[in-house]
Design a protein around this ligand. Structure first.
Ligand SMILES: Cc1cc2nc3c(=O)[nH]c(=O)nc-3n(C[C@H](O)[C@H](O)[C@H](O)COP(=O)(O)OP(=O)(O)OC[C@H]3O[C@@H](n4cnc5c(N)ncnc54)[C@H](O)[C@@H]3O)c2cc1C
Length: 311
C-alpha cells in the first residue's frame, strides 16, 4: 500500500512514519482523493500527542480506515494522521475495555467475544476503526457505539491527552460533536459477561444479518457504506430508487444498481465524479420527494484546481 510514497527523515523525538506529498486514496475504501502535504502514522498515543504538539502551526485531520470519507481530488492541506493499524492497543479491567483509536471494529468484536463478553457483536461488520466509529457514532442492527461508551480519551491541539465522560459529549444518529480541535485517542467501552450459550446465539444473529447485507449491498466494489443518512421514518435507498436514480452514472461513479444508498467506484472514478453524483442525488430526491438528504459520508479537502484557473 505504501510502495509509491516518499518516506523522509522524521524529526528526532518522533517514532512514527512520516510521508510527504503522499497519496491519500490508498487510505480510503473508495480509493479516490488527492495528496496530503504530510501523512503521519504514529506508533502509539504518546507519539501521536508529540506529533500534534510539534505541528500546531499546520491544519490537522485525523483519519481511521477511511471508510466514511470522500477526500477531494485536490487533497488535504497540512498534516493527516492515520491511526488505522497503528494505535491498536486493547486491554480490559473486568467489563470495561479500553481500545485505542486505530483498533479495527471487527478486531475489537472478535477480542471481546474471545473474552466471553457480549455487546460488541454489531461492530463485527463495520470496516472502520474505533476512533472513526466514535466520531461517527457508528452502528448497526439497532445498536450504536455510544451505547457502550463510559468515557473517551481525547488529544487537543497542544498534544494534551485528557478524558471526557459520556455526558460531556453530544452525540446522536451517525453524529458526535467532539470539542473543537480534539480527537479520539481511545475509548473505554462497557461490555457485559455473556450467559452460557448466549454469545454463540448473538454472533449467529449478526452472521445471518451480515449474510443478508452481502446479498443486497455491492460489497465487492469500492464503496463507502451508506452515503446518506436515513431521514426520519424513511430510507434513503427507497427515496433514491423511487426517484429513478438506481444505476445513475457520472464518470466512474455509479449509484449502485444493487443498493441505491451506495455509490460505487467502478474503477476510474474521481472524487469529483462521486461528489457530483452525491449532489445530483440530493437535488433529484429533493425535487421528487421534497426531502433533503443529508450525507453520512464526510467530504474532506480541496477541489482540484483547473489548469489556467489559478487564484
Ligand atoms: C462496506 C461498508 C459497510 C459499512 N457499514 C457501516 C455500518 O453498518 N454502520 C455504520 O455506522 N457505518 C458503516 N460504514 C461506514 C464506516 O465504516 C463507519 O462510519 C466507521 O465508523 C468509520 O470509521 P473509519 O475509521 O473508517 O473513519 P474514517 O472514514 O477514517 O473517518 C470518518 C470521520 O471520522 C473522523 N475520525 C476518524 N478517526 C478519528 C479520531 N481518532 N478522532 C476524531 N475523529 C476521527 C474523520 O476525520 C472523519 O471525519 C460502512 C462502510 C463500508 C465501506
Amino acid at each position: 500500500m505504501m510502495a509509491a510514497m516518499n518516506i523522509e527523515t522524521r524529526p528526532a523525538p518522533l517514532k512514527g512514519e512520516l510521508l510527504y506529498r503522499a497519496k491519500l486514496a490508498p487510505f480510503t475504501t473508495w480509493r479516490v482523493g488527492g495528496e496530503a502535504d504530510i501523512i503521519y502514522r504514529p506508533v502509539d498515543a504518546q507519539d501521536l500527542a508529540g506529533f500534534i504538539a510539534a505541528n500546531q502551526d499546520k491544519p490537522l485531520t485525523i483519519l481511521g480506515a477511511g471508510s466514511n470519507v470522500l477526500i477531494r481530488d485536490g487533497g488535504i492541506k497540512g498534516a493527516v494522521i492515520i491511526t488505522a493499524a497503528t494505535l491498536s492497543q486493547i486491554d480490559n479491567k473486568g467489563e470495561i475495555f479500553r481500545a485505542e483509536a486505530g483498533v479495527g471494529c471487527p478486531v475489537f468484536a472478535t477480542i471481546v467475544r474471545n473474552k466471553q463478553m457480549a455487546g460488541a457483536e454489531f461492530l463485527s461488520g463495520i470496516p472502520g476503526t474505533i476512533g472513526g466509529a466514535i466520531a461517527m457514532n457508528a452502528g448497526a442492527y439497532g445498536a450504536e457505539i455510544w451505547d457502550l461508551v463510559e468515557k473517551i480519551e481525547v488529544v487537543d491541539r497542544h498534544g494534551q491527552i485528557r478524558e471526557l465522560s459520556k455526558v460531556e459529549v453530544e452525540y446522536g444518529y451517525r453524529y458526535c460533536k467532539l470539542p473543537e480541535d480534539n480527537w479520539v485517542v481511545a475509548a473505554h467501552l462497557r461490555l457485559r459477561r455473556a450467559e452460557t450459550g448466549e454469545l454463540e446465539q448473538l454472533h449467529e444473529n449478526v452472521r445471518v444479518l451480515q449474510k443478508k447485507r452481502s446479498e443486497s449491498q455491492p460489497l465487492t466494489q469500492r464503496n463507502c457504506g451508506s452515503v446518506f443518512k436515513n431521514p426520519q421514518g424513511d430510507y434513503a435507498a427507497r427515496l433514491i430508487e423511487a426517484a429513478g436514480l438506481k444505476g445513475e452514472v457520472i464518470g466512474g461513479a455509479q449509484v449502485s444498481p444493487k443498493h441505491a444508498n451506495f455509490i460505487v467506484n467502478t474503477g476510474t472514478a474521481t472524487a469529483e465524479n462521486i461528489e457530483q453524483l452525491i449532489t445530483r442525488v440530493k437535488e433529484r430526491v429533493k425535487h421528487v420527494h421534497g426531502i433533503e438528504l443529508e450525507s453520512e459520508v464526510r467530504i474532506l479537502g480541496e477541489k482540484k484546481k483547473e489548469i489556467g484557473k489559478g487564484e
